[in-house]
Design a binder for this molecule. Structure first.
Ligand SMILES: [Zn+2]
Length: 303
């Protein structure tokens, strides 16, 4: 069973007859015929067909992806000021990067909108597809009534909660959509209790909270201890598989503007968490900053 694919491969791809003996010789000397340089992306879609790439090394003039009018050199220029790890990852897997980018460009822009201390939402920005979670009270664990989120993420949320339950874990939801006005009151209370400087480390000024997007949610106790609970550990390991990304990871306060929040996740969708994982070291802030800066340019390069 394992041998036959190699034998049939040349026929399937209709390689020129002259190449056949060469290829077979090469395979004969190779203990692991699956190894050739098909690239590390691993996810089916972009796999380049057979050995064609071996005889045609990439040149700067080639376009790495058929959906974009962009050469390898132009892609490198686009990522020139991205974090070093991201630059390296894009250079290594340009086709996979552009494949994910094409998918992300098809989404509503708000899904990847950068909202942080320097990028605020207007006071009147209210999602138009909010749903009250009480409707799903039989499957969700809700710490209070009246919580709401955007309809767009409900399928991924339900799938994630179901997967956690299959692992014997409940994911209690404590906070979800917050309006600009609500956030204003919340920040004011933090200032009264902690002073302005400390309040800004743990709470967002109105307009700068991801919760106003209707796609961010807080789980469990909303304390650091949550990281060591079963739910906290499960989310840290699996949330990205369902399109949820930890916004304020441990050790990145300088980058994100916030101290560690193991309970706070923003839904950006599974394609985006895939992009974040493959190209931005799993750092949402790096990816959203990049996207915020380059989305328009990538869109212009779409065919
Ligand atoms: Zn939060």
């Amino acid at each position: 069973m394992e041998v036959s694919p190699n034998a049939y491969r040349p026929h399937r791809y209709l390689l020129p007859a002259l190449l056949l003996p060469v290829l077979l010789l090469a395979l004969a000397g190779c203990g692991d015929p699956a190894a050739p340089a098909a690239g590390g992306a691993g996810t089916g879609g972009a796999g380049d067909s057979g050995g064609a790439g071996e005889s045609a090394p990439a040149t700067p003039e080639l376009e790495p992806h058929p959906d974009f009018t962009m050469t390898q050199a132009e892609l490198e220029a686009l990522t020139a000021n991205a974090p070093r790890a991201a630059r390296a990852a894009v250079a290594e897997k340009p086709q996979y990067f552009l494949e994910l980018a094409a998918q992300l460009l098809a989404l509503p822009s708000v899904q990847l909108r950068l909202v942080d201390k320097d990028h605020a939402l207007p006071a009147d920005a209210v999602p138009d597809d909010l749903v009250v979670l009480d409707r799903y009270a039989d499957v969700l664990t809700l710490n209070r009534s009246g919580l709401s989120l955007r309809a767009a993420l409900i399928p991924d949320l339900l799938a994630m909660v179901e997967a956690a339950r299959q692992d014997g874990i409940l994911l209690p939801i404590s906070s979800t959509y917050r309006s600009y006005e609500y956030q204003a009151g919340l920040f004011e209370r933090h200032v009264e209790n902690l002073g302005e400087e400390q309040a800004a480390r743990v709470s967002a000024r109105p307009g700068t909270s991801q919760h106003q997007l209707g796609t961010a949610l807080d789980f469990g106790s909303i304390t650091l201890e949550f990281a060591d609970t079963a739910a906290g550990e499960w989310l840290a390991a699996h949330a990205r598989d369902y399109g949820f990304s930890m916004s304020y990871p441990d050790g990145y306060e300088e980058l994100t503007g916030y101290s560690y929040e193991p309970w706070h996740f923003r839904w950006i969708g599974r394609t985006a968490t895939g992009m974040e994982t493959a190209f931005f070291d799993g750092l949402q802030q790096h990816m959203l900053e990049f996207w915020n800066e380059h989305e328009a340019e990538l869109r212009r390069k779409l065919k």
